[in-house]
Design a protein around this ligand. Structure first.
Ligand code: ADP
Ligand code: MG
Length: 408
């Protein structure tokens, strides 16, 4: 029985090789030579280039720096400067992530999904770390292609991590899963924003500098996601509540819409699901509306989403910001059917179908939204009026506010 005599090192090396074999990349083959990606001396356990980068400090920049470095008088030198910043910065950030994966308990790191994401970070690190210094636009173009392909490679990381931790979370010391996922998701958001900002500098969109909408209309953004979620809800339940928006409905300001594109639909899905499930016998027109109130000031802006979906019961309230915690009955194990609990059925994620719609997922909506809000110098708070409904307060700092509150 050879398997029984394997050492931990051999187990990891075997796992690593199997994960590598399974992984596919969107990077064009001419820009990514598999045979040379790790360098001659590096192994799973001994990777001097990675250690060196992990020891460096990240250089986080403020959105106003992004805003003001998003243009140049010749119309293009800022693109080169931006690529040079990424070329220095991305390997450092990726190396920090890898170092974090290596601190996970051994048994957790052996989970195939976790190992896959770990390997994704190691590979991305080496590809970017080995990229020649960017001295001209030819180099910049190749670099942008690689960055864009890596963004695609990393698209499903959150789902893969959710899947990986669903069984192995029991081996994480108390509270450390939340800390690890918060760090990973915040860092991932930062990396994606920097990368997307750089790629967007190539486009000339009116009203935009890179990914910053210099005149974002908050009401329209909220309305767009309310409509999107209503369609999902109609599809899944055959009815959906109206959404009414009041308060500072004409507020416009510079903002980066990407994080809102994640947070708003998650919050609307929760509010609509609660409304429909608790008014199951009512028709679409008589379902109580969801009320959104917008408040804008010099320092920050607030989106309050109030629903009449009966609130969150006392017994669930302490857990709803935990990763994997859901009361979506389709997804509990049988023993937890009446109570809610930590998700342990993943069919829904990989195989959404008519009955397993996307209105609720795997207990990641609230904790991920809160991590993103905190990363953006804000907060996400939920007040439950048990028996009546829920108020969710999303508060986010302005990116051009009087005091600097965010660094990406
Ligand atoms: P999921 O939607 O996948 O269950 P979330 O993290 O979005 O995961 O929400 C976790 C849980 O919090 C939900 O399962 C639900 O029980 C509760 N919840 C969140 N928002 C609301 C709301 N507006 N009304 C009632 N319960 C809510
Ligand atoms: Mg949800």
């Amino acid at each position: 029985m050879k398997g029984l005599s394997l050492t931990r090192l051999e187990v990891s090396a075997t796992l690593w090789n199997s994960v590598k074999r399974r992984m596919v990349s969107n990077i064009p083959p001419e820009l990514f030579d598999k045979r040379t990606k790790y360098g001659p001396k590096s192994t799973w356990f001994n990777d001097p280039a990675l250690d060196e980068a992990a020891a460096k400090q990240q250089v986080r920049i403020s959105p106003s720096t992004l805003l003001y470095s998003g243009k140049s008088s010749d119309g293009k030198s800022h693109i080169l400067t931006s690529a040079q910043y990424l070329h220095r910065e991305l390997p450092v950030r990726l190396a920090h992530r890898v170092a974090d994966f290596r601190q996970l308990p051994f048994v957790v790191g052996c989970d195939e999904s976790i190992a896959e994401v770990h390997e994704l970070y190691v590979r991305a690190f080496h590809i970017l770390n080995k990229f020649s210094p960017i001295e001209n636009f030819d180099g910049e173009q190749k670099y942008s292609k690689v960055v864009s392909a890596l963004l695609d490679d990393f698209r499903n990381v959150v789902t893969t991590l959710a899947e990986g931790f669903k069984d192995s979370r029991k081996y994480m010391p108390n509270g450390s899963l939340k800390e690890f996922l918060d760090r990973t998701l915040k860092s991932r958001l930062g990396i994606r924003l920097l990368a997307e900002q750089h790629l967007a500098l190539h486009e000339d969109r009116p009203n935009f500098i890179g990914i910053i909408n210099i005149n974002m209309n908050l009401r329209k953004t909220v309305e767009r996601w309310a409509e999107f979620t209503r369609d999902l809800c109609l599809n899944k339940y055959g009815k959906a509540p109206q959404v009414k928006i009041s308060g500072h409905v004409s507020a416009t300001f510079p903002y980066i819409v990407q994080p809102l594109d994640y947070i708003l639909p998650e919050l609307f899905k929760n509010a609509m699901r609660a409304t429909v499930e608790h008014h199951w016998n009512e028709e679409g027109e008589t379902l109580p509306s969801i009320h959104v109130t917008l408040a804008n000031n010099d320092i920050d802006f607030v989106v309050r989403i109030s629903d009449r979906g009966c609130g969150v019961e006392h017994q669930h309230l302490p857990h709803i910001m935990d990763y994997h915690y859901t009361t979506a009955s389709l997804f509990y194990s049988d023993s937890r059917k009446e109570d809610g609990g930590y998700m342990d059925d993943f069919v829904s994620l990989t195989n959404p179908g008519a009955t397993r719609g996307p209105m609720h997922g795997y207990g990641f909506g609230l904790p991920t939204s809160r991590a993103y809000a905190e990363f953006l110098g804000g907060s996400l708070k939920l007040e439950s009026l048990q028996g009546v409904g829920t108020d969710v307060y999303l508060r986010l700092s302005h990116i051009d506010g009087p005091k600097e509150s965010i660094r990406i």
